[in-house]
Design a protein around this ligand. Structure first.
Ligand code: DQA
Length: 145
């Protein structure tokens, strides 16, 4: 059975392409998810993508990843900076996590500089645009070989 990679996107990322294109670019979420499936398939992964604006939905999906998913690529959006609940859920899942931010959060507002997710992530990609998702999946390609 192929390893499964879960690509999770948090709030407002459904607005990619429309939302602040100077910060997040012109690609849509559909473009990003398609690319993730292509890249993951190239590594022999089964890729599942989920975007939600509801924190509990994300937490439930993270819990269900326990024992069934080999790696999680997550852009938690603004929950990055606020959610101890997502931090706790990722620990409970016991699945390796790569955190992705399209923008370089460290050169933006102060409130974006702290991440609850980074504490539980294998690595963090920030500022690579949507290419960060590809880099994360490629890394799982190495890590989970
Ligand atoms: C983001 C950065 C967050 O600070 C912001 O709230 C987002 C997107 C990024 O991909 O750069 O929604 O995670």
């Amino acid at each position: 059975m192929a390893h499964k990679i879960l690509v999770l996107n948090g709030p407002n990322l459904n607005m990619l392409g429309l939302r602040e294109p100077t910060v997040y670019g012109h690609e849509t979420l559909a473009d990003v998810e398609k690319m993730c499936v292509e890249v993951g398939t190239g590594h022999g992964f089964d890729v599942e993508c989920l975007q939600t604006n509801h924190e509990g939905v994300l937490i439930d999906r993270i819990h269900a990843a326990r024992g069934t998913v080999a790696g999680i690529v997550i852009n938690p959006g603004a929950w990055t900076h606020t959610s101890i609940a997502i931090h706790d859920a990722l620990i409970a899942a016991e699945v390796p996590v790569l955190e992705v931010h399209i923008s370089n959060v460290h050169k933006r507002e102060e409130f974006r500089h702290h991440s609850y997710v980074s504490r539980v992530a294998v690595g963090v990609l920030a500022g690579f645009g949507t290419h960060g998702y590809k880099l994360a999946i490629d890394h799982f390609g190495k890590l989970l070989k």
